[in-house]
Design a protein around this ligand. Sequence first.
Ligand code: F6R
Length: 242
Amino acid sequence: MRIIVAKDYDDMSRKAANIMAAQIINKPDCVLGLATGSTPIGLYKNLIKGYEDGDLDFSAVKTVNLDEYRGLPKENDQSYYYFMHDNLFDHVNIDPANTHLPDGTEPDSAKACSEYEKTIASVGGQDIQLLGLGHDGHIGFNEPCDEFVQETQCVDLTEMTIEANKRFFASADDVPKQAYTMGIGTIMKAKKILVVVSGADKADIVKASFCGPVTPQVPASILQFHPDVTVVLDEAAAAKIK
Ligand code: F6R
């Protein structure tokens, strides 16, 4: 595991974007595993700039996203489909047919999850998987639990996650209570993993995830067992690690 400490959010975003950009340049038809949330927004802005400057070509790139709220239609501005179009896809020359997220509108959760596993396999798996880190150590929407779940699953969001995500909705009651998420095994199969974390409020969970024992109670701790992980932190998020 490589840990890079960046000065601040902008520096973190630029450094992490450079790693994604290198992947796209080295393998123009690569499969990017993507994340939503606040943390990757600056990274996506840097990728858009790379495209506008003529340095990055997304025409052959394929993407698979980590997760999607169950029950939100694509056109809902809080769906992760909407987020990805708004923050990246609509601003680069990616073919929308090459972009994939779990189908939040599929009511049959077993079907939604197995279809998504097939989709990920059909594109060949992630060359690089981008991850943010939840305050409870969740990656994707894999919340703390008693065992690491392997494949794409339907999860009940914890109170902590609903509380953290309510800032995007009119109220906590409007936050969907379930999501479809890649499983821990699906994430761990990525060839490379890139984690971005920013802010003093994540310093404790950064320490627990990357310096503490590996346990499903801290889902991100499993990343210590992946052979090719780069974690890019800003100084505030890195404050509690040596
Ligand atoms: C997003 C995702 C989540 C977030 C995590 C951190 O697709 O799966 O695990 O990465 O909740 O979110 P932010 O970046 O908003 O702190």
